[in-house]
Ligand binder design. Structure first.
Ligand code: BGC
Length: 394
């Protein structure tokens, strides 16, 4: 498919923006050059407004609700119109929502995909109408019409998860430095990964394995089930119940139903972690780490898991401040609306199968019981009352 490329799209959006600004200032109708509504594509179809379609995957996990709302607020504060939709983790729902956004005159799309390979028809249409597409947190694959990617450094998220597990097992300090008095092992661990259709899941797993591998190679750590490949350990759609069932099956097949030692479990996401912990406690481990519950990692600082960390049940989580990711998306959109090239800080890592997508990647923090207050409460992300209750009170 032939499109006008990034700057062609930007010119269209910038013209839209200019036309909207003129209309707002009461100067519409001057018919001056590029600001005229005679421009084709997105600008013509929506009456000269910057209208951003924001497609989020699901409301079953808190982070996506926070992401969606924060992006919407930031864009509205900048004066743009926003169409925010959540897709219930259902691919046809998401494709329909994006089709509808385009029909309704979206001039820019922000998409956190469910399946990163399932949106080609929507992206082809966006490309043919010169609508820029920003992949939000999850890379959209196999299509040239992905103009920018905002996310966290996903490989580093995995490294942080692997390091948290090593630290929890007493093998390293928090930075991954080997301790002299570390246990010799062998220590049994099990591995979980995220959804195979989410481009991030492989990055998290590879990052974690990069730090676990030396300990697996020298026999300090043993994956007793033998299930070590991404395909064997991935959990479709990141589902808590599926993870719980897999952990229960592993305990039955490999740990005598809970009578044999298991030191830790690599978990890529708090929902999966809670499923794993339920299975472990059900088989008689724990109930808390001090009682012998295996070390379980996580991601997203969901409130239920944050409480479990404070209570000494889940060992850690990776905090991704969705406020900063949303703000970064808004910065990118503002640049696009003004016809500028958004600033990238990574132009090599994220090849979507067709091209390397310019990216802006943010840093993450590992949360343990001892820094939870400083990182999550003092920063205003949660209140102490939220953490104590394990739910966010409005
Ligand atoms: C996100 C994670 C999240 C997971 C499940 C991933 O794409 O990067 O933050 O835990 O999806 O929602």
């Amino acid at each position: 498919m032939k499109t006008r490329g990034f700057f062609g799209k930007m010119a269209t959006v910038a013209a839209t923006f200019a036309a909207g600004a003129l209309a707002l200032s009461g100067c519409a109708g001057g018919g001056a050059g590029g600001a005229s509504n005679s421009d084709s594509g997105a600008a013509a179809s929506n009456g000269g407004k910057v209208k951003v379609g924001v497609a989020m995957p699901t409301q079953t996990s808190e982070r996506w609700i926070a992401d969606g709302n924060a992006v919407k607020e930031g864009l509205e504060a900048a004066g743009y119109e926003v169409d925010l939709q959540f897709a219930n983790d259902d691919i046809p729902t998401q494709t329909q929502q994006i089709d509808q956004m385009i029909t309704n005159g979206a001039t820019i799309l922000v998409i956190a995909s469910i399946d990163g390979t399932a949106l080609s028809s929507q992206l082809d249409t966006a490309g043919s109408k010169n609508i820029p597409v920003i992949a939000y947190d999850r890379l959209i694959r196999d299509n040239e019409n992905v103009d920018f990617y905002v996310s966290f450094d996903n490989f580093k998220v995995g490294v942080a998860q692997g390091n948290a597990l090593l630290f929890g097992l007493g093998l390293t300090d928090k930075d991954g430095k080997k301790l002299d008095n570390a246990p010799k092992g062998p220590l049994n661990i099990e591995l979980f990964a995220g959804s195979p259709d989410d481009n991030n899941a492989k990055f998290f797993f590879d990052g974690a394995m990069s730090v676990l591998k030396p300990y697996l190679d020298d026999g300090t750590l043993v994956v007793k089930s033998g299930q070590t490949s991404f395909d064997q350990v991935a959990i479709l759609r990141w589902q808590q119940e599926v993870a719980q069932k897999r952990m229960e099956d592993l305990l039955t097949s490999t740990y005598g139903g809970g009578s044999e030692p298991l030191a830790g479990v690599l978990s890529p996401f708090d929902g999966i972690s809670r499923g794993i912990i339920t299975a472990l406690q059900g088989a008689g481990y724990g109930p808390a780490i001090k009682d012998g519950l295996p070390i379980v990692t996580g991601q997203d600082a969901e409130i239920a898991s944050t409480k479990m960390i404070a209570d000494g049940i889940q060992q850690s989580t990776i905090f991704k401040d969705t406020r900063t990711l949303a703000a970064q998306a808004v910065t990118v959109i503002k640049a696009m609306a003004e016809g500028k090239q958004p600033e990238a800080n990574d132009t090599t890592t994220y090849n979507n199968g067709v091209k390397v997508v310019p990216s802006y990647l943010l840093e993450v923090e590992t949360i343990y019981a001892d820094n939870l207050k400083e990182k999550l409460i003092d920063s205003g992300y949660f209140t102490q009352a939220d953490v104590d209750a394990g739910v966010v009170k409005k």
